[in-house]
Design a binder for this molecule. Structure first.
Ligand code: FAD
Length: 497
């Protein structure tokens, strides 16, 4: 075998997955067709959930000073994330190229074998291994063998095609422009401005760059790969707003559409899809890259556990059952947002009604949780604890002890990418029941350092999966701790109680 896992694509999904797999001890090779990063920056910034995910791995400081905000939008209607308990602010101006660079250096430091100038041309699942064919920078055909293959190779995924995954949905119906431009002096319009014939957005990026999104209704999709000129963007801007921005100096200009598709399965045998390879949609509300990164955080620890021989292959099926549903909801919410801000005057009554509804706290919460990625609830076998299956909000800890070292919060306790049992009442009998899993799960004995969030009141113990979701909590879980440990981390090494 050349690797335990081959990941195709060194975008955000591929790099995050490579790092997670290495944390879990799997040997990973990443194949990327580009010789070097394109420098293009479609995605801008992180949702609240991605902020938490990066914090869990200690990655946030690598991005330097982040411009953060509680403000977002749903189809142009303002959404305030501060309404959500314990939600970190979203980061607004991190170019995707920087995110990719940070994740790539992290994965490389952890020992991922990243091979650029390797374009994957096909793959075969042989039942007990996967063969991946690629062409290297010198034009030579190479063949690699691995236990598992993950296609993180974007919306036109070769892995998806060569494995025969279904990818139903709709093609683009219109075309929009994205342009990063110097020498423009425009007011920011972060939630967009709906105009009689379309919609425009304006954001300010570091280095004096202005990001423009220009959507002129009725512009048909162009052929894939066709060049876009800044003149087309400034002409569309003029038609929509009446302003002349032709003096701007373009740094990067591209076009995108509203194609919406999702793979029906995220797993076929030894092959998985993640990120845009599994789902494409209108980039509304800044969610695509963030969801892609979280696909990888869901799959990485599970695949590493199976590679190590700790967990059974069936654990991998939860990647599809958990993340396909997240993707399905993403497609629904981006379609809804597209209708809201790309339609014409006929949509105004619905916008007005929704604006009224957002005034109700429950609605504002619902939409904020949806676009921030904080509303996800996985099926972890139930119980009545409010956090079961949900992401663990940061819980400050006092006197953290056994196992994970002096973690000062539940978030820090996840740095190693392992499971964490938080024993909040110094319960030796409980800790003993986890003895058979301490090779995979850190046991942290600590009390909450401050008043815990409402959902945590009265909680005595919490089992966290490596992706930061709550797998078991006491009191309130239907199953006992060993059953939950067995389900998510595989059988105990030795039963010592
Ligand atoms: C205009 C626009 C704005 C956006 N804004 C945001 C935003 O603000 N926030 C947000 O979260 N998302 C945003 N997105 C979406 C985001 O850019 C994508 O969801 C994200 O890039 C998906 O990451 P990925 O790693 O899955 O795929 P990609 O980023 O597409 O990476 C795939 C990688 O695979 C490589 N590859 C492809 N084929 C092969 C092959 N055969 N062999 C080897 N390598 C291959 C590619 O070169 C590439 O490096 C935006 C998208 C657009 C179009």
């Amino acid at each position: 075998m050349n690797a335990d896992v081959i990941v195709v694509g060194a975008g955000p999904a591929g790099m995050m997955l490579a790092g997670e797999l290495r944390l879990g001890g799997a040997r990973v090779t990443v194949l990327e067709r580009l010789a070097q990063r394109s420098g293009e920056s479609r995605g801008l910034g992180f949702t609240s959930r991605t902020m938490e995910v990066f914090d869990q791995r200690g990655l946030l400081s690598r991005f330097g000073d982040l411009t953060v905000s509680n403000q977002g939008h749903f189809g142009g209607l303002p959404v305030d994330f501060s309404i959500l308990d314990g939600a970190p602010q979203a980061a607004k101006t991190v170019p995707q190229s920087q995110t990719e660079t940070v994740l790539e250096s992290w994965a490389a430091e952890l020992g991922a074998d990243i091979r650029r100038s390797h374009e994957v041309t096909g793959s075969t699942d042989e039942g007990d291994a996967v063969i991946v064919r690629a062409r290297d920078g010198a034009g030579h055909d190479v063949e690699l063998r691995a236990g598992w293959l993950v296609g993180c190779d974007g919306g036109h995924s070769m892995v998806r095609k060569s494995t025969g995954f279904d990818f139903p949905g709709s093609d683009a119906t219109m075309e929009m422009y994205l342009a990063d431009v110097r020498n423009l002096d425009l007011e920011p319009l972060m939630t967009g401005k709906i105009l009689p014939c379309g919609m425009v957005m304006v954001g300010h990026l570091p280095g004096g760059i202005t990001r423009l999104i220009v959507c002129e209704r009725g512009t048909p999709p162009r052929a894939r790969g066709a060049d876009v000129e800044y003149g087309e963007v400034s002409a569309a801007w003029k038609r929509l707003t009446g302003e002349d921005i032709s003096h701007g100096e373009p740094v990067w200009v591209s076009a995108f559409g509203d194609a919406t598709r999702q793979a029906t399965q995220y797993r076929k045998g030894r092959v998985f899809l993640g990120g845009d390879a599994a789902h494409v949609h209108l980039p509304a509300g800044g969610q695509g890259m963030n969801t892609s990164i979280q696909d990888s955080v869901n799959l990485g620890w599970k695949l590493a556990a199976v590679v190590r021989g700790d967990a059974p292959d069936t654990l991998l099926d939860t990647y599809h059952s958990e993340r396909h549903e997240v993707g399905r909801r993403l497609l629904t919410n981006t379609r809804a947002q597209g209708l809201l801000f790309l339609s014409g005057a006929e949509m105004q009554p619905l916008r007005d009604v929704l604006r009224e509804l957002i005034g109700y706290e429950a609605v504002a919460r619902h939409l904020a949780a949806m676009v921030s990625g904080l509303d996800i609830r996985y099926d972890v076998d139930g119980g009545r604890h409010p956090l079961l299956g949900r992401r663990m909000p940061r819980l400050a800890l006092a006197g953290a002890g056994a196992g994970a070292g002096p973690s000062s919060s539940s978030t820090e306790a996840l740095r190693g990418g392992r499971g964490v049992l938080l024993d909040l009442t110094d319960n030796a009998a409980l800790r003993q029941r986890a003895n058979g899993w301490t090779d995979r799960v850190d046991v942290v004995t600590a009390a909450p350092a401050s008043e815990p969030l409402a959902d945590l009141c009265g909680t005595t113990a919490i089992l966290l999966r490596p992706d930061g979701y709550v797998a078991w909590a006491a009191p309130g879980s239907w199953h006992d701790l060993p059953t939950a440990l067995d389900r998510w981390f595989g059988p105990a090494r030795a039963r010592l109680w």
